[in-house]
Design a binder for this molecule. Sequence first.
Ligand code: ADP
Length: 421
Amino acid sequence: MSSKRALLLTTPNSYRTQDYVDAAARLGIEAVVAVDLPRTLAEEWNFPLGADFGRPVQASEQLIDALADSGGEENRYDAVLALDDSGSRVAALVAQKLGLPHNDPMAAEAARNKFRMRTMLAACGAPVPAFAEFRTGDNLKEIIARAEEAIGYPCVVKPEELNGSRGVIRANLRCELGAAVRRLTALIGDKQPFLIEGYIPGVEIALEGLLDRDRLHCLALFDKPDPLEGPYFEETIYVTPSRLHLETQNRIVETTEAAARGLGLQTGPIHAELRINDDGPWIVEVAGRSIGGLCSRILRFGMEVGNGSSLEDLILRQACGLPLESLERESQAGGVMMIPIPEAGILRRVNGVEEARRVAGIEDVQITARLDQSIVPLPEGDAYLGFIFAKGPSPAQVEESLRNAHGSLRFEVDPEFALAQ
Ligand code: ADP
């Protein structure tokens, strides 16, 4: 046993919690989970600690008090980790109070608010498109006139505080911009701030990394082989290693490292999305957290040491000050497909899962959407149907396995109105 103790901040339905709790158990780290729920509700859900992460200062004070109550040994914590963006500011504040390594709490704010992120990135000279802030419900003609002057077409309309590409809409023309703003208003309501920014052409990649004393170790660079050209931006396939030129990959890492530093990120996991075109890499976003959903399950590191480590193993080890054996990803290629929502309606059945699992190269297929529930595509929806995982000798083969497995799945979706009949 390592006799280390980590506080994990998460949300009640996070996909990420179990993988971290399992990793902590493997490493002999005692994991205490605090959830984004009022304390009494957290107890009902069987979480040891709870606080409203939406009010980060109060939440951090409540958690510090609760840790002190549970034995007066709050300083015994070796790490405080937010498993996704919702708890990152609270994690930074609690870690600061406990004297543990932490990110600048403002970096967590930037990860939660796209306008703040763009402002901070622009201020540190990171490559970002032109952007401006607007408010839903303001005169549409004026919004369009200002956006045309400051940004031009094509542009992207996006809410400041949603994630998973919700409400992100590309507009190529004035009429599309008007329609996009109306659609976003219906989603987020009146008098809400939102962004319009220049559309960045090019291919998109995701970088998974670990910041250690200001240095970024790139753990995996994922290509996204499906074109993400809008009008909505549904994530599908991620494949690593990247097929981009090595020099381009190095520039991506350098650009991300500089942007992370500019945001005040100093330690722990980094997840970044970038687009690359003839002008080089451009930052879409950089956050102090690891990859979302179940995607991390495709990553394995340090295979020369037995079965290797998961991404969560590495993150917990680093956070608790345990030695990191290897940050080298295994040599075979890996990929994951976030299964897109085929149409709006009630998901009745998913057929062909066993067939998909038997496709060469497929490691697993997990359907995470619940049957007999509504499924909503982007730009309004907020979930995938599930995940397909593949490994293989090359990125191209992994991509093919994922496409073949997805091709075996058949979704039975009833129209919503069937419920009322
Ligand atoms: P979220 O945090 O909701 O995922 P992002 O700002 O990361 O929102 O945008 C989601 C996706 O939309 C990105 O991964 C990218 O494919 C696309 N996107 C966002 N902004 C731009 C942009 N300025 N130019 C081109 N594509 C963009």
